[in-house]
Write a protein that binds this ligand. Structure first.
Ligand SMILES: [Zn+2]
Length: 538
């Protein structure tokens, strides 16, 4: 690759223009050397007008650039390339596109009005070209979809199809299953869960072979994807990177935005389901969605109930009862249920929990009554909180004593090392090494002790005073029979008093043992309420 030096002067103006062609060349070569560039090729244009871009040496330079022979073009002033702004821009773009670096000796040019216009236009044109290239490629892709029905952005064909040479082709085996799924859903009114179980019974595996079970969402996708009625819409969405935000895996976060509908492209795909059946499925889906209701319910024990059988935290959910024969309505109940009871994955690995579903009212009432029974008087609570805080403090103190002992021991060790050095038992190097180890350990111990001290004072202050005050405030009202506490206050009390409620059922699920962890447990014990007995099934 060579460095091109281009110089031009017109015959008539040679004298008046001041800078002779040799001076120009000299300036350029000097610039090249200053930049550490050698292997210079000079393009010397004698007596050619600046109005016309067609000049012998300019043509030669443009050819060499096009051939990829040139890495840099050095020129005294942009006017040497052309007097005409448009020509100047054209030539510069030509060079830039070949990754040629254009250098002008006259650095002041950038600061002149014309220079600013030139550079602004230059970058505007570069931007414009870039967007044209982008448009062209995405339009090219769209053309491929429009003309040949080639679906390119897909990695894995939807269930029921195979991706052959960029086109979706019906996979008859899978298409049969798709038709069955629609039939089950629309005519037999099966739920997604029931469909999933049937698929597993039939030994049908989802498309991606690595997954061994059907997920509710994949069945739902089959029931909503328009591809099954022969519509594949492409170019619907565009991605937008969110600046500065990253996903968990460290990639830039993206959001999707829908393009205008006019930009969508429909690729024709062979249909598996007829339109009427598809519409019925959508209707069924809408019904199901409104039936399960997006209505929000309040759950007093949300996140607090732990399954005694599989250890998971139960969900607050709803249960739809049988149809009332008179009204034809299905009643809904709030309830709590172990998430492992009906895992959303069907097939291998889906372990069902034997714990039954519980009606929310009954267990909430039970727990609330337990609270009412225990927190009936102020003194009990205050004493309990104090006792509890004391025992925590006691533990903290003990830990602190242990830490202090360790620190003392380390300090003694440090002294020993110094003595050993003084008595010349160990070298200076050995002493430094040993001391650095001991100092590190000491530092860690002291940090631990400081943290403990903070914990200690916080425990004395906050935990005790604030919590007692809060509970007392509520309890006072309770005692005075302020019967209907709003949900959030009840919830707050429960959160303060209960860390966890553990439910364990006997084998035939007729009895349930309820164990409470948290302050409530201490209170129960203090009041001699027997909570260890088995409770009737709720
Ligand atoms: Zn469970």
């Amino acid at each position: 690759m060579k460095v091109a030096v281009y110089a031009r002067v017109s015959t008539e103006q040679q004298a008046s223009e001041g800078t002779s062609i040799d001076t120009q060349i000299e300036m350029c070569i000097h610039k090249a050397h200053a930049l550490g560039l050698h292997q210079i090729e000079v393009y010397k244009e004698n007596g050619a007008s600046g109005e016309d871009i067609q000049r012998p040496e300019m043509d030669r330079l443009r050819q060499d650039v096009a051939a990829g022979k040139i890495s840099h073009v050095i020129c005294a002033h942009p006017d040497r390339l052309s007097r005409d702004l448009t020509d100047k821009l054209i030539v510069c773009r030509e060079f830039e596109r070949k990754n040629v670096e254009l250098i002008f000796c006259d650095t002041e040019y950038r600061n002149t009005p014309e220079g600013q216009l030139f550079f602004n236009l230059q970058s505007a044109i570069a931007q414009y070209e870039l967007s044209m290239i982008r448009k062209r490629t995405s339009r090219g892709r769209l053309k491929a979809v429009e003309k040949q029905n080639k679906i390119m952005p897909m990695r894995c064909a939807p269930f029921g199809y195979d991706l052959v040479d960029g086109k979706l082709v019906i996979n008859e085996e899978e298409a049969k299953i798709v038709r069955k799924i629609y039939k089950w859903y629309v005519h037999d009114h099966l739920t997604l869960r029931e469909i999933g179980n049937r698929l597993v019974q039939l030994g049908v595996m989802p498309k991606r072979k690595e997954s061994k079970h059907w997920h509710q969402s994949s069945i739902s996708r089959i029931l909503t994807n328009q591809v099954y009625i022969g519509i594949y819409l492409y170019n619907r969405r565009k991605t937008k990177k969110l600046k500065g935000e990253k996903t968990k895996s460290g990639n830039p976060k993206k959001i999707y935005e829908y393009r205008d509908e006019s930009e969508w492209v429909n690729a024709e795909v062979p249909a598996i389901i007829d339109k009427d059946l598809f519409e019925l499925a959508q209707e069924q889906r809408r019904k199901n969605l409104t039936n399960t209701g997006n209505a929000k319910y309040n759950y007093l024990l949300k996140g607090i109930i732990r399954c005694g059988h599989c250890g998971r935290i139960w969900n607050g959910t709803t249960y739809t009862g049988r149809r009332n024969k008179q009204t034809g309505q299905r009643e809904k109940y709030r309830c709590y249920r172990c998430p492992n009871k009906n895992p959303r994955k069907y097939g291998e690995g889906g372990q069902k929990c034997p714990a039954p579903t519980l009606r929310a009212e009954s267990i909430e009432e039970y727990i609330w009554n337990l609270i009412l029974q225990t927190v009936a008087d102020r003194d009990t609570i205050v004493t309990q909180f104090e006792k509890s805080a004391e025992s925590v403090n006691h533990q903290l103190k003990e830990t602190m004593e242990v830490l202090k002992g360790k620190i003392k021991h380390k300090e003694k060790e440090r002294e020993k090392v110094k003595i050993m050095f003084r008595r010349e038992v160990i070298s200076e190097e050995e002493m430094t090494r040993d001391l650095s180890v001991i100092n590190k350990e000491l530092k860690a111990l002291r940090t631990e002790a400081e943290a403990l001290q903070v914990q200690f004072s916080e425990n004395v202050k906050n935990r005790h005073e604030e919590q007692v005050a809060q509970v007392m405030d509520y309890v006072e009202k309770l005692v005075h029979h302020e019967a209907d506490l709003p949900f959030d206050k009840k919830r707050r009390i429960i959160q303060l008093l209960l860390d966890e409620i553990r439910l364990s059922f006997n084998e035939d699920q007729t009895q349930c043992e309820i164990t409470c962890a948290g302050y409530l447990d201490t209170l129960i014990k203090h009041r001699n309420i027997d909570s260890s007995r088995q409770y009737q099934k709720i």
